[in-house]
Design a protein around this ligand. Structure first.
Ligand code: CA
Length: 235
């Protein structure tokens, strides 16, 4: 998520980040940023210090106070490059600090560096869970070394779950993450793809289901013991 009120910078960053495969949300308003972060749970926030209503420093502090958002990495942007400013930026809870002007390539390098520290799964080429292995670049999935055939949507869905093992996602969150926020897709579509994904992964029915249906909440990547009935009922 980009929080920046200068439209030209947002356009430039969005273009470069999307080209690198990131899904980008943006706002130029600090208060709206706090609301959007709670809603979208971005993987990382690029936050400008100088914003019209609420400063980036205050946005950063608010996000750090809230248990739901305190773990999301933040890179602070500022035209103020004095050492005191850097220290204040980092003291407010930012994980990194970038002085304007900077190149999109430098920001992307910083984002990747922050991910390596906080979310190693996002930069690893292979994601693994319970015998399931995903070669992200090669677009290949195996389970116990046997190849699993998945459609591109099922692949993206599994990739998202593998990046956040154990975390429960609502169908709305999965729709936003896998299909994109701007596309209208029925919630049922998520259930259909989860079912297909389970089928693809559970090819000989002797392996545990690795997607748990959490009643009235959503789905989570978790090893479900073999004896347990696969909860395929409606949420
Ligand atoms: Ca600004």
């Amino acid at each position: 998520m980009i929080v920046e009120d200068e439209a030209a910078i947002v356009t430039l960053l969005r273009y470069n980040l999307e080209r690198e495969g990131f899904q980008v949300y943006s706002t130029g308003d600090g208060e709206e940023a706090v609301t959007m972060v709670k809603e979208y749970k971005p993987d990382i926030i690029v936050l400008d210090w100088m914003l019209p209503s609420m400063s980036g420093i205050d946005v950063c502090k608010q996000l750090r106070w809230n248990p739901d958002t305190k773990a999301i990495p933040i890179i602070m942007l500022s035209a103020r490059g004095e050492e005191g400013d850097r220290i204040r930026g980092l003291d407010s809870g930012a994980d990194d600090y970038l002085v304007k002007p900077f190149s999109p390539a430098e920001l992307i390098a910083r984002i990747r560096a922050v991910f390596r520290r906080f979310r190693p799964a996002l930069t690893e080429k292979t994601l693994n869970f319970a015998g399931v292995s995903m070669d992200v670049a090669g677009h290949k999935v195996t389970r116990d070394n046997a190849e699993v055939h998945l459609s591109p949507t099922e692949f993206s869905l599994l990739r998202y779950l593998l990046e956040h093992p154990g975390r429960v996602f609502s169908r709305e969150q999965l729709l936003d993450a896998v299909w994109g926020h701007d596309i209208y897709v029925e919630l049922r579509t998520v259930d259909v793809h989860i079912r297909r994904l389970r089928k693809g992964l559970d090819y000989d029915s002797k392996r545990p289901d690795i997607i748990r249906t959490v009643r009235s909440a959503g789905y989570a990547l978790e090893e479900v013991p073999l004896g347990e009935k696969v909860a395929d009922e409606e949420l």
